[in-house]
Design a protein around this ligand. Structure first.
Ligand code: PRP
Length: 178
């Protein structure tokens, strides 16, 4: 295999501490009397999402749902679309929604997805990402909650994969390409 695991970028302790802080930011911004729909984008975000929602207080009305999508188009294509492999079960019309991603890179996936979800008329639509590779951005996306800004390096673990491997690592590590 042409890849091997490198140094730790973010340890499990560092991640856990920041996940709690992000959850606290969400609580601070949320109205506890209104349902909050947390939408995870499979597959990578499932790991972050499950830790994040368990840091939210018991008296919050939190709903969890998932989507599986693939984005098409690039920066030269203005009418990008997302293909939905698995859609939400939840009707988000009139609800407060936070889309949770493991990583934002070019921003194309989130950009297309937000356009699609806006069309379903949620009361509010926010974005929460664990990792932000801002220097890779091809299209502007407003990120409301961000765990860490990271350099443009290949990383895996805590949901992030390399050819479907290493998602299960507790720490986020660099990948060395041999
Ligand atoms: C990753 C990530 C985002 C997307 C970000 O998903 O979870 O969905 O790429 O990239 P972008 O900002 O350039 O659009 P991936 O396609 O790797 O799927 P996975 O979560 O199943 O690994």
């Amino acid at each position: 295999m042409p890849y091997k695991l490198g140094e730790v970028l973010l340890s499990r302790e560092t991640i856990a501490k920041r996940v709690k802080e992000v959850a606290d930011e969400i609580v601070r911004d949320s109205n506890k009397n209104e349902p909050l729909v947390i939408v995870g984008i499979l597959t990578g975000a499932a790991f972050f999402l499950t830790d994040l929602v368990r840091e939210l207080p018991e008296d919050m009305d939190v709903r969890v749902d998932f989507m599986s999508v693939a984005s098409y188009g690039d920066s030269t294509e203005s009418s990008g679309v997302v293909r939905i492999f698995h859609d939400l079960k939840t009707n988000i019309e009139g609800k407060n929604v936070i889309v949770v991603e493991d990583i934002i890179d070019s921003g194309l996936t989130l950009s297309h997805l937000l356009t699609l979800l806006k069309g379903r008329n949620p009361a509010s639509l926010k974005v929460c990402v664990l990792l932000d590779k801002a220097e890779r951005r091809k299209t502007e996306v407003k990120v409301d909650y961000c765990g860490f800004s990271i350099p443009d390096k290949f990383v895996v673990g805590y949901g992030l994969d390399c050819a479907s491997m290493w998602r299960h690592l507790k720490d986020i590590k660099y990948v060395i390409e041999e």
